[in-house]
Design a binder for this molecule. Structure first.
Ligand code: AMP
Ligand code: MG
Length: 589
């Protein structure tokens, strides 16, 4: 369910536990209300949290089976809603507030959901800073000063924090609130769907068309509509081995067999009353005849045939010319990927060749000083390059032409040169590694200096950082370095984009539901792609379990998996017996 958030300012407080979020809010709220703000507060709690008191009437009625329990008195009312299937989504929860009666909603928790937040930080806790990796942080309240362009407040100076909140609420007063979009909400913390959509909106479709001989069209994408140049079947023919007779001559005792036609033969005379022609499946039904009686119902004696008490319907067992496809009828539309049935169909139309989009050229390179070409012995501080080879496989599967630009060291100029070269020779460029926030992560700056860049943190695991941009209208994907993250990012973002660029229309990944046979760990607020193994259990149900350890460097998990289990951001942990979405990998990797 994707609901619009209420048109109210929303402000979160993000911090590690122990920072004193609730204590701070408790002290802050009276200051905000006395400044005139009407406050709603949303707090995310542990899943076995309960507001009710055992033994009270509401508790007893709820436990008796009321899935929604509204208890009301003179001073307040509370609606308790059971959500045993899946935790309610953030936007849905926000929609429960009566926005007419509020000026701002403050949120405690929900660290991984995209909306504006103030980071609370106390140095004594020795916890990492959140603002470094979270563009939703719009201000910092801490007990030390950091190097950042964000407004900084003293965490012990409640008055200035209150003033910040009041200013924020006024600045984003109800009437002035911009229409909500993912861009105004958060330019850099996107859901998987938002990321995919942004990419699809930006990549171009190939315009070059070539004509390819029918034997070589497998996996290419059709660039023009095809309508049938012939009738299929081309001539009226028999669907059975049997005897062809006239439909105005059905109830005769004996028929004289005047000829025998095999598939490929033609009988030039007209079949007359009292005559039958022995005919094989696929042979042209001769003129005059229009009905075929199957051989099993016939008794032949010398040159005559009888059909006993067989029920014969006029026109039976005859395939009409153009019955499957008439001349001029549309067969395939532009954007259709050509697989085995389409290859056969194109041949069945008598076509020599088909117009298809030219092959998409994809340049790939790996980055990293530790990354080494396999085949040369590696020392202790180096790893063999696997990503380039996984990408080669994925691109081969999609029928792309691969331009292999090897491994580029962690050096900004080297990356600029490589990206420049790649963008000149290819339609699209894929790199792996060097897109995090480490000291040697130069892809972003290289891309920035050559073209335009969007850098996103996608709310997903594995594969959170994703750089996407373009150089001279050529899309560039900076994929993460971890081998599993490369594959998961490719499947979710690159494959849909490449299919669009190749001209394929309306492609949708296959997703089905399966029952989890074990607990699957995730975290609310982000999509988890767990490597899974699905099977059919003894009751015929589709069930799924994980491949085990899920580290994003464990490439073997992709090899053991036959699906990705997609756990939605709305779900915390999937319990055994619950239904989950799976993305089968067969034919995709
Ligand atoms: P990076 O984002 O460049 O810091 O890379 C993240 C992790 O992925 C590091 O542990 C890298 O060593 C690893 N990695 C990066 N590129 C490759 C590659 N081509 N093949 C295998 N592992 C890689
Ligand atoms: Mg690296």
């Amino acid at each position: 369910m994707s609901l619009q958030r209420p048109r109210l300012p929303l402000l979160g407080f993000a911090a590690y536990s122990g920072t004193g979020k609730t204590t701070l809010l408790e002290a802050l709220i009276p200051m905000l209300t006395s400044a005139g703000l009407r406050l709603g507060v949303l707090k995310h709690a542990h899943h076995d949290f309960d507001v009710d008191i055992p033994g009270k009437d509401s508790y007893r009625l709820r436990k008796a089976g009321a899935s929604q329990m509204l208890i009301a008195s003179r001073n307040r009312h509370v609606l308790m809603t059971e959500t045993p299937e899946a935790e309610a989504e953030f936007n849905y929860l926000l929609s429960r507030f009566d926005s007419e009666k509020l000026d701002i909603i403050l949120v405690e928790g929900c660290k991984n959901i995209a909306f504006p937040k103030v980071e609370l930080h106390r140095s004594e806790l020795n916890k990492p800073w959140l603002y470094l990796n979270d563009n939703n942080i719009i201000a910092i309240a801490a007990d030390e000063i950091v190097e950042s362009d964000l407004p900084q407040l003293n965490i012990n100076d409640l008055e200035s924090i209150a003033k910040f909140v009041v200013d924020y609420a006024n600045r984003f007063g109800k009437e002035k609130l911009p229409p909500e979009s993912c861009d105004t909400l958060s330019p850099a913390f996107l859901s998987v769907e938002q990321g995919r959509q942004s990419i699809l909106d930006r990549v171009p479709v190939l315009s070059d068309i070539e004509t390819i001989q029918r034997a070589n069209i497998y996996n290419r994408v059709l660039a023009k509509d095809i309508s049938s140049p012939v009738n299929v079947p081309t001539y009226r023919n028999s669907a059975m081995d049997g005897f062809a007779i006239r439909s105005d001559d059905l109830n005769r005792e004996h028929y004289q067999i005047v000829a025998e036609i095999m598939a490929g033969d033609t009988y030039l005379k007209v079949v007359e009353s009292g005559q039958a022609v022995k005919i094989m499946t696929g042979a042209a039904v001769p003129q005059g005849a229009d009905t075929v009686v199957m051989r099993e119902q016939a008794t032949v004696s010398g040159k005559t045939v009888t059909f006993g008490d067989a029920k014969i319907k006029a026109g039976q067992n005859v395939r009409q010319a153009g019955e499957d496809l008439a001349i001029g009828q549309s067969v395939f539309a532009t954007g259709q990927r050509l697989h085995s049935p389409e290859m056969g169909m194109i041949a069945s139309l008598g076509m020599d060749a088909a117009p298809v989009f030219r092959k998409l050229k994809v340049a790939i390179f790996s980055t990293g000083n530790e990354v080494q070409q396999p085949g040369i012995p590696a020392n202790d501080s180096r790893i063999f390059d696997s990503n380039r080879y996984t990408l080669m496989g994925l691109l081969t599967q999609l029928g792309c032409e691969i331009i292999d630009l090897s491994i580029i060291e962690d050096n900004e100029q080297a990356m600029i040169d490589a990206l420049h070269k790649a963008s000149q020779s290819a339609d699209v460029v894929l790199t792996s590694g060097g897109v995090s926030v480490g000291d040697a992560d130069f892809i972003k700056s290289a891309l920035e200096s050559l073209g335009s860049i969007e850098f996103w943190r996608i709310n997903m695991r594995p594969g959170r950082p994703l750089a996407f941009g373009s150089i001279n209208d050529k899309p560039i994907f900076g994929l993460p370095g971890n081998p599993v993250a490369v594959m998961v990012s490719f499947i979710n973002f690159v494959e849909p984009a490449l299919r669009k660029m190749q001209g394929e229309l309306n492609w949708q990944p296959l997703k089905v539901n399966a029952i989890a046979t074990e607990e699957l760990r995730s975290r609310q607020g982000r999509t988890e792609f767990t490597r899974g193994v699905y099977s059919i259990n003894q009751f015929g149900q589709l069930v799924v379990k994980s491949t085990g350890k899920q580290g994003s460097g464990i490439l073997r998990s992709m090899s053991e998996a036959n699906c990705l289990i997609e756990i939605s951001p709305a779900v915390d942990t999937v319990k055994s017996g619950e239904s989950v979405t799976i993305i089968p990998l067969q034919g995709r990797i």
